[in-house]
Design a protein around this ligand. Structure first.
Ligand SMILES: [Zn+2]
Length: 256
């Protein structure tokens, strides 16, 4: 009986967390309240800064910061506390944390021109705006909850304790480059689409979103120990095909 009540309670908790995304119109399952995104991202970012070679000053960091702010300004969430950092590692990767914390790895900067880099930055900004990180974490939490007999959702920990733990594990994942790994295919295509609109609005030629993926394919590396943008972002034809289909719309924003 109690078990049944817990299940019913959990069901209501879960359904209460389905919300329509105002940008995409898609219904998302998110148990992290939007008000927690900023604190979560900030705490996770502090964790990253403890463990990864983060660069926040100098020409390399400035390039990413100026571009990031320029694109974030025209996004659907300009008011977020956006932060753009470079991680000084020879890795082709990038990720976004909840609340607008974005990292680009050095090898991306070495290999991409500004317009291609704008496609990556726009894509990551879109992940943050669309709350894909929070959505992914919610899915993982719900799976854990199912495995642990719903302990996570009905546990004795306070919400703040849970958030704090979540932030530390998210930060640890981020510093290892794993953050963008679990994004679903749907999220990837959404981030491509919305990211191309943002880059175009900011004055970058959206056709470079396509050359980016072609370029990434040419840079494809053998399997290292670290995940790369390539392993988390398969550069398949579907991706390019979708961008091509919507290009007239992106170009309207660009020529606006
Ligand atoms: Zn992505």
């Amino acid at each position: 009986m109690i078990r049944k009540l817990v299940l019913v309670a959990a069901f209501f908790t879960l359904t209460a967390c389905l919300a329509e995304n105002s940008v995409t119109g898609r219904s998302q399952f998110i148990i992290i309240p939007p008000s927690q995104d900023a604190a979560l991202g900030l705490e996770a970012m502090q964790e990253v800064k403890k463990t990864a070679p983060v660069v926040t000053t100098g020409a390399m960091a400035r390039r990413v910061q100026e571009m990031g702010q320029r694109i974030a300004r025209v996004s659907d969430r300009p008011e977020l506390d956006w932060e753009f950092i470079v991680i000084d590692e020879p890795v082709l990767n990038a990720w976004a944390l909840p609340g607008g914390k974005v990292a680009i790895y050095r090898k991306m900067l070495d290999n991409l021109n500004d317009e291609q880099l704008a496609a990556v930055v726009g894509h990551e900004i879109a992940h943050a705006v669309l709350r894909h990180g929070a959505e992914q974490m919610s899915r993982a939490q719900a799976q854990n909850a199912a495995i642990l007999g719903l302990g996570v959702l009905v546990g004795t920990q306070t919400e703040n304790q849970q958030m704090s733990q979540l932030a530390v594990s998210l930060g640890a994942l981020a510093s290892q480059g794993f953050v963008s790994l679990p994004h679903s295919r749907k999220m990837e295509l959404e981030a491509d689409h919305v990211g191309a609109i943002y880059m175009a609005k900011a004055g970058y030629d959206p056709r470079n979103a396509i050359t980016l993926w072609q370029k990434m394919a040419s840079l494809k590396e053998g399997g290292g120990s670290q995940p790369t943008f390539f392993s988390t972002h398969p550069s398949d034809d579907k991706r390019i095909e979708r961008l091509r289909d919507n290009m007239p719309r992106y170009l309207e924003y660009y020529r606006g």
